[in-house]
Write a protein that binds this ligand. Structure first.
Ligand code: ATP
Ligand code: MG
Length: 420
């Protein structure tokens, strides 16, 4: 254990990272608000049963990736690996069924014990939306449209592809599952151990296998189309028609099955070719069976989650923060006056930096380093006259400004710079 290093697969978001991160989640939040979604936050840890029941015993997450532990009271707790189960738990705990359909969005850290690599972390962040209590295809169309709008806001519209599939209703899935099992039984010897293991429990997941040998077998597997009943076909047709009406381009991907076991009907991902194996930036689908699996009343739901780190890697650099001014007091009296002056300027709405000690040269260097637009130089002589010397850090010019009225003057100078 290296106590001064972050845990493998976790990282610090230093100010530049955090600005990118915030730009993504702020853009997503603004868009989701326009679609009528409101933010909620569920606890970062839940009873393990919340995830064990919903994600399914054979999912990668439950079998390999969860951070679970017994707490001091003996309860088995899991750091949330995703937030859909938590949001559904909250929907039931808080008796929100009367308000259905409800539209929620969330943003925050998730935890999975994975092999860390670029775009794959053990603590990562997701932004996601959930539409709960709407069985209609309009719901699927709306959540996808909201995702597409966010991609557009982030300038990623032409760099991501919306992949779309249907997993059908449970009757269709049962029929398809039986067909898949029969097919994979015939190719059992050539399957990877992991896929052999999945065959008995969740054969659909074999379609998602990243193993080369498996993929060759999967290429010849029966296709879901042939097993979709009329109802499922009609539902999928309605979703596609809605997307076409809205001009949202998509590519059908019959192999798209999603990592989690509770999905039905619509499954989708926005993918990129720019992040190697970490292709999915946003993924989701319909999960009508989830609440029942958790022991609640049957309640339909549809939603998605996006990886904030992956989006932040793709999106343009956000605008720098608004300009900061540096206070440079010289002399004991000025140093004392600076305390008040900094406070006044901050209350006026300016960003203020202030090194608490050091010679003028050192402080001017720092003003430069923090990217100050202006340095407010305050000497004992200026203090007596109630003025300060204001240096324009970019242009080098210097002028005398009265201390009362300094805030508005600096703001005006910054505004002029920003527009000029
Ligand atoms: P992958 O196939 O990349 O493992 P997944 O199917 O496990 O993804 P989801 O559970 O659908 O992913 O999560 C939604 C989104 O969250 C993903 O599309 C991705 O952008 C992001 N994400 C998932 N796992 C990680 C991780 N370990 N690190 C960073 N981002 C992640
Ligand atoms: Mg995964």
């Amino acid at each position: 254990m290296a106590a001064l290093q972050p845990v493998r697969g976790t990282h610090d978001l230093l100010p530049d990272d955090f600005r990118r991160h915030r730009a993504v989640s702020d853009a997503a939040a603004e868009t989701a608000l326009r679609y009528g979604y409101e933010q909620i936050a569920t606890p970062i840890f839940e009873f393990s049963a919340v995830f064990n029941r919903t994600l399914g015993d054979t999912s990668d997450i439950v079998t390999k990736e969860m951070y679970s532990f017994d707490d001091r009271g003996g309860d088995n707790i899991t750091l949330r690996p995703e937030n859909t189960a938590g949001v559904c738990r909250a929907f039931m705990s808080n008796g929100l069924a009367q308000q259905a359909p409800v539209r929620h969005f969330y943003a925050g850290p998730m935890f999975r014990y994975e092999r860390p690599q670029k775009g794959r972390l053990r603590q990562f962040h997701q932004f996601g939306i959930e539409l709960i209590g709407a069985p209609q295809a309009q719901g699927d169309i709306e959540v996808i449209a909201c995702g597409a709008a966010i991609m557009e806001t982030l300038g990623l519209k032409d760099r991501v592809t919306l992949e779309l599939n249907t997993l059908g209703d449970s009757a269709s899935r049962d029929a398809y599952r039986a067909a898949l099992v029969a097919y994979f039984q015939d190719h059992l010897a050539a399957l990877s151990d992991e896929s052999k293991d999945r065959l008995g429990r969740n054969p659909l997941r074999i379609l998602d296998s990243k193993d080369e040998g498996d993929r060759r077998i999967v290429a010849g597997a029966p296709s879901f189309d042939e097993y979709l009943n009329t109802e499922s076909q009609e539902f999928f047709a309605a979703v596609r028609e809605g997307l076409e009406t809205l001009g949202i381009a998509y590519a059908l991907n019959p192999k798209l099955v999603r990592g989690l076991d509770y999905y039905c009907h619509t499954a989708f991902e926005f993918t990129t070719t720019e992040l190697g194996a970490q292709a999915a930036v946003l993924a989701g689908g319909r999960y009508d069976g989830l609440m029942e699996m958790m022991g609640g009343p049957a309640t339909p739901g549809v939603g998605w989650a996006a990886g904030i780190e992956r989006l932040a890697m793709l999106a343009d650099s956000p605008a720098p923060p608004p300009g900061i001014v540096a206070i440079v007091p010289l002399g004991e009296a000025a140093e004392r006056r600076a305390l008040q002056l900094a406070e006044t300027l901050r209350r006026d709405g300016l960003r203020v930096d202030w090194a608490f000690s050091g010679a003028m040269k050192k402080r001017m260097k720092r003003a430069d380093k923090v990217g100050a637009t202006h340095a407010v130089i305050l000497g004992d002589e200026e203090l007596v006259r109630g003025v300060a010397q204001v240096k324009d850090m970019a242009q080098g010019g210097q002028s005398e400004v009265a201390l009362d009225g300094l805030g508005p003057a600096l703001k005006a100078a910054q505004a002029a710079r920003a527009t000029g």
